[in-house]
Design a protein around this ligand. Structure first.
Ligand code: GLC
Ligand code: CA
Length: 550
């Protein structure tokens, strides 16, 4: 990539904080902004450059802050605007930037716009939302909510239905309304002026919705809205913008992230995150992951965005199960497999994202009773599937594997009571394995997953091949090894990962003039003779190969 096209966020690693579960500073059982400030030194030690902060705005918390009732105000459980300013200041001192979650596909039903809109059909805010008359006394059409049930909710007062793609307490905004869009630009500029470094845009591919034609994602006006947003908000600032786009394809990812189009820097694509469900079904309909498919999908994205656009790289976020439980081994090979998955991802081209707790190999929640799950999605799906006659054991098994609360249990700081997360009773149960899996232990062990992440982050800062080298998949049909190269001029990286626990041989042809160096590995004594390596369970190595003179 030409020097003048290089961006700061090409070389950065982002760390996502889910504030409610990160660190509680005042013993009420709920993580807060002050708690984040207290842990900034920890994040500095890990070496991350940017924090993506999940929503901290005023919210009735039906969907843990993704239902915002005031974009200009901090939720009192989390602190005050004063605390937020302090967080920005204290992060900056440590060279850490903050990007905010931008949730503008919908608001809370408690947002003053919706409270007004509900009052009457001719209320000035009515058209900020999407209202339709009943059809034959029923919902206007068969659109479904992503949290189960119809996407339409009846409002008795005005005898119309309003649209909600999430819970009925999250009414969808009407992006056709120019005045509404202008209010959003004002709000974004307020935060930009505060000194934030960018936005993660919640379900942004839905804003072009066309409910009358049953269109949710990728509506025809989506990209016009984003270009309009760019011009009116961050266009003149050097910010990081990343869109959450569940329905994106490699083709339309370029529409979002090709710099010439002036939209976003990158999107989160979720194609690889859907490989362990029955195709065409919901993610609760489980299927085993095939490594060859994972290689196909990730490689397709690497190739497609090599020249135009940019990839974001992630295994986890607050909506996804813990990767070490999902595709690693959270029992006897927890450490090895967590490091392997980290190496595999951080070796690729794009901007890596780490979700809180991933860096110490936190595992799924291990909740066995439906009462332990707090998430509205899980509760709704449970009712829906029970009513539809699914087997309860099957439902619970799918939650065990996929429920969002798997990622939301409190951060495990130490083996103190409540995992050192809070002096009081945590809002959600801590994972009982906190006595062994915790930050304190990780920091006391130079071979921990934490230090492996630290090393991967450091590598990215100094190794241009890791940032800009082109990707090339090797042995696409191999069912247990994921190996690829990154190539920049006469430098090459070889990333080799054994994805499973059985030993496997790997051969790489090489001229005897080449010099080979191991940059990172999850075993202390990995082999450097890459013509033939015997990979141990979950062994993962990055080699640097310099071509010598023939
Ligand atoms: C996104 C968020 C998720 C939320 C939903 C509705 O997918 O990541 O947590 O429930 O949007 O805002
Ligand atoms: Ca608190």
């Amino acid at each position: 990539m030409k020097e003048n096209q290089q961006k700061w966020w090409h070389k950065n690693v982002i760390y996502q904080i889910y504030p409610r579960s990160f660190y509680d500073s005042n013993g009420d059982g709920i993580g807060d902004i002050e708690g984040i400030i207290l842990k900034l030194d920890y994040l500095e030690k890990l070496g991350i450059d940017v924090i993506w902060l999940s929503p901290v705005y005023e919210s009735p918390n039906v969907d843990n802050g993704y239902d915002i009732s005031d974009y200009y105000c901090i939720l009192s459980e989390f602190g005050t605007m004063q605390n937020m300013n302090e967080l920005l200041l204290e992060s900056e001192k440590r060279g850490i930037k903050i990007i905010m979650d931008l949730v503008v596909n919908h608001t809370s039903d408690q947002h003053p716009w919706f409270v007004e809109a509900k009052k009457s059909k001719d209320n000035p805010n009515r058209d900020y939302y999407i209202w339709r008359d009943p059809v034959n006394g029923q919902e206007p059409n068969e659109l479904k909510s992503n949290f189960g049930g119809s996407a339409w909710e009846y409002d008795e007062n005005t005898n119309q239905y309003y649209l909600h793609f999430y819970s009925k307490q999250q009414p969808d905004l009407n992006w056709e309304n120019a005045e509404m869009r202008n209010s959003i630009w004002d709000m974004m500029n307020f935060w930009i002026d505060k000194g934030i470094s960018g936005f993660r845009m919640d379900v942004i591919d839905l804003i072009g919705k066309d409910p009358d034609h049953l269109i949710k994602e990728n509506g025809s006006k989506l990209h016009d809205y984003l270009q309009d947003m760019y011009r009116n908000t961050f266009g003149n600032h050097d910010l990081l913008t990343v869109g959450e786009t569940w329905g994106v394809t490699t083709e339309n990812a370029k529409l979002y992230s090709d710099p010439k189009r002036k939209e976003l820097n990158m999107v989160f694509q979720f194609e690889h995150m859907q490989l362990d469900k029955v195709p065409g079904k919901q993610r609760w309909d489980l299927r085993k992951l095939e490594l060859v498919e994972l290689k196909n999908v990730l490689s397709k994205w690497q190739y497609a965005l090599d020249q135009e656009g940019w990839n974001s790289l992630f295994w986890n976020n607050h909506d996804l199960p813990r990767i070490v439980s999902r595709w690693g081994n959270d029992r006897e090979y927890r450490v090895e497999s967590a490091k392997m998955l980290a190496t595999l991802l951080h070796g690729m081209k794009g901007t890596p994202y780490i979700y809180q707790g991933e860096e110490i190999g936190m595992t799924n929640a291990a909740f066995t009773s439906i009462e332990d799950y707090i998430d509205i999605e899980t509760q709704n799906i449970y009712k829906e599937r029970m009513a539809a006659g699914f087997n309860e054991e099957e439902i619970m098994k799918s939650f065990y594997m996929k429920a969002r609360d798997n990622a939301r249990t409190p951060m495990q700081w130490s083996d103190d009571k409540h995992a050192g997360f809070s002096e009081g009773k945590p809002w959600m149960k801590v994972n009982p394995n906190y006595t062994s899996i915790n930050v304190e232990n990780a920091l006391n062990d130079s071979n921990s997953i934490f230090f492996h992440y630290q090393q991967l982050i450091k590598l990215r800062k100094h190794n241009n091949t890791l940032v800009y080298g082109s990707y090339k998949l090797l042995d696409s049909e191999d069912k247990s090894i994921y190996a690829y190269e990154r190539i920049l001029k006469n430098k090459k990286l070889l990333i080799v990962c054994n994805f499973y626990e059985h030993e496997k041989e790997f051969c790489y042809p090489i001229t005897h003039h080449s010099e080979v160096e191991i940059l990172i590995s999850n075993y202390i004594d990995s082999g450097s003779d890459i013509k033939n390596i015997k990979l141990r369970p979950y062994e993962a190595i990055i080699y640097e190969i310099s071509e010598g003179e023939a």
